[in-house]
Design a binder for this molecule. Structure first.
Ligand SMILES: CC(=O)N[C@H]1[C@@H](OP(=O)(O)OP(=O)(O)OC[C@H]2O[C@@H](n3ccc(=O)[nH]c3=O)[C@H](O)[C@@H]2O)O[C@H](CO)[C@@H](O)[C@@H]1O[C@H](C)C(=O)N[C@@H](C)C(=O)N[C@H](CCC(=O)O)C(=O)O
Ligand SMILES: Nc1ncnc2c1ncn2[C@@H]1O[C@H](COP(=O)(O)OP(=O)(O)OP(=O)(O)O)[C@@H](O)[C@H]1O
Ligand SMILES: N[C@H](CCC[C@H](N)C(=O)O)C(=O)O
Ligand SMILES: [Mg+2]
Length: 489
């Protein structure tokens, strides 16, 4: 059992009713999961206000409540702690609860619209190859060195983060790479963590449903850098319009990386093929299996981060040459009849544009590019016409389909994508709600040499409709469809 007053260390408290010198059980921010002796933290969320569940939580046995507004009736035997920000309090208490595990390892946060999973996962593999014990907190999985844990958010809640960091401490993990999403920052999920460094990839259109304006989205990301200590490093992409803005107010040591402009770390693309590219990083040439200009940025960010963490150049370059694509990021195969299928997690306008630019640059003749793409339901609607335009403009055929419609009508989402298609591209689009049918049609339309891109879902192995996730794997399906079709031909 822990003492409540110890868990509150560092929390800015405005009022207390009852004693904080009491032993408490777990921390809990969901009244439905409260157990006897727990501390319930009431959070004002997007859907609900946790303050409404304070009474229910104490009836289920919560011994202490952390809240922003004191309830009108206080129950005997319960300690109420009023704080200015419950989400911040939760994060600090979660870190205290697990013995501040981020202080016992070298933690690096990665933020930006695209590239977070790629950069953090590749850093994990690079440091593993270099012989270290490593942790990873990413969209796809959480790794405590070799042990994998499931996750359903990019940046999990503060308790989940600290619980896994604590497992990393127990396992002797030295480095941890972690994605820090804008939702994570806005909801203070990573507050109270001690970062040794933070990396910025890029900033383009996404999540405007949540942040409302691009400036608010940018300023949210910037907070990760504003909160770094002097001893940390802040590494930014100076080719990105907002790269320097990110590090403008940080106390940390500032470093930049760039392909086009000036940077402390620089790279150049020397050659590109479907199975890799040759890069010049500083004075060294290195071959990587990761292709596309966007991956040249990712690889350079990894090189710079590893250098700042003290690895030797040669060791880093050797590691880079062994890295493979991250699951669902430009994951591809060539069928018997030489049709290339690429599955990619491009779910923002910029990512889709980058992937299609890379694919178009690989064309050597009259190959057709056939794109299958959708837009997520209950997510930023303003992305839909833009992605519709990009897919139709940059492909020979674009099949618009469903991508996790969630609570929305998939047909309506597709109509919103169609609204962005310019008149001269209308003949290139076909809309098919059923994603499997859309993939099947793309396979039927493809001739030898053609390239099929299936965008948006990458590593995901489900399709989410009305709160239910049904098994669905783009890579498996396109493989099956092409094999079936080629066997019947
Ligand atoms: C919009 C959003 O980000 N929501 C997240 C947020 O939920 P919330 O605060 O809105 O929760 P709420 O339902 O309003 O409830 C408020 C509070 O009341 C509590 N409650 C509620 C009901 C009840 O009976 N009793 C009770 O105590 C809830 O536990 C909560 O503490 O906090 C929860 C706990 O941390 C998250 O699980 C939840 O993520 C939802 C599931 C989600 O889909 N989030 C996505 C958008 C997200 O965060 N994505 C980013 C990646 C984005 C990117 O691509 O960059 C991510 O980091 O994954
Ligand atoms: N550095 C980059 N710049 C632009 N686009 C990129 C970059 N890296 C990857 N992408 C594109 O974005 C897609 C998503 O990449 P990744 O999963 O690494 O991003 P993320 O930031 O983790 O996304 P999420 O916010 O969903 O967690 C890739 O499939 C690719 O199409
Ligand atoms: N982390 C992103 C993932 C989007 C992936 C796409 N397949 C979708 O479901 O919209 C989000 O939650 O917005
Ligand atoms: Mg990610």
């Amino acid at each position: 059992m822990k003492q409540l007053k110890d868990l509150l260390f560092g929390v800015s408290i405005s009022a207390v009713s009852g004693s904080t010198a009491i032993a408490v059980g777990d921390l809990c921010f969901d009244s439905r999961k409260v157990g006897e002796g727990d501390v319930f933290i009431a959070i004002k969320g997007v859907e609900a206000d946790g303050h409404r569940f304070v009474d229910g939580a104490t009836r289920k046995g919560a011994k202490a409540v952390v809240c922003e507004t004191m309830p009108e009736t206080l129950n005997d035997g319960v300690t109420y702690v009023q704080v200015s920000d419950s989400q911040q309090a939760l994060a600090i208490m979660a870190s205290n609860f697990y013995g501040n595990p981020s202080k016992n390892l070298r933690l690096v946060g990665v933020t930006g619209t695209n590239g977070k999973t790629t950069v953090s996962t590749l850093l994990y593999h690079l440091f593993k190859t270099a012989g270290y014990k490593v942790g990873l907190i990413s969209t796809i999985r959480i790794m405590v060195d070799d042990t994998e844990y499931e996750t359903n958010l990019t940046t999990p809640d503060a308790l989940t983060i600290n619980r896994h960091l604590s497992l990393m401490n127990q396992d002797g993990v030295e480095f941890c790479f972690m994605e820090v999403s804008s939702h994570g920052i806005a909801q203070r999920r990573a507050e109270g963590l001690r970062f040794e460094g933070a990396v910025f990839t890029n900033l383009t259109h996404d999540h405007l449903d949540y942040h409302k304006t691009f400036a608010a989205y940018r300023d949210t990301k910037k907070k990760l850098f504003d909160g770094l200590p002097k001893t940390a490093f802040a590494l930014t992409n100076s080719d990105d319009k907002n790269g320097l803005v990110m590090i403008q107010n940080t106390q940390a040591r500032k470093y930049t990386y760039a392909l086009k402009t000036y940077g402390d770390f620089r790279a150049q693309i020397l050659e590109q093929q479907l199975d890799g590219q040759l890069l010049k990083i500083e004075e060294h040439e290195v071959w990587t299996k990761l292709i596309g200009a966007f991956n040249a940025y990712n690889v350079l960010a990894i090189y710079a981060t590893a250098s700042l963490l003290g690895l030797e150049s040669m060791e880093i370059l050797q590691g880079i040459s062994q890295l493979r694509n991250v699951d669902g990021r430009f994951q591809h195969f060539v069928s018997k009849k030489r049709i290339t299928a690429i599955v990619d997690y491009a779910h923002t306008p910029d990512a889709l544009k980058n992937v299609l630019t890379t694919i178009n640059a690989l064309r050597t003749g009259n190959e057709n590019v056939i794109t299958v793409v959708g837009c997520g339901g209950d997510r930023d609607k303003s992305k839909r016409p833009v992605m519709g335009h990009i897919a139709s403009q940059m492909s020979n055929t674009a099949l618009f389909t469903s991508d996790n419609p969630r609570s929305e009508n998939p047909g309506v989402i597709i109509r919103e994508m169609e609204a962005g298609v310019e008149a001269q591209n209308l003949r290139k689009i076909v809309s098919i709600e059923d994603r499997r049918q859309a993939i099947r049609t793309a396979c039927k339309l493809a001739n030898p040499g053609d390239i099929i891109l299936i965008a948006g879902k990458g590593h995901e192995t489900y399709q989410e409709v009305n709160g239910v996730r049904k098994a669905f794997d783009d890579y498996k399906i396109v493989r099956e469809e092409l094999e079936k079709q080629e066997a019947n031909a």
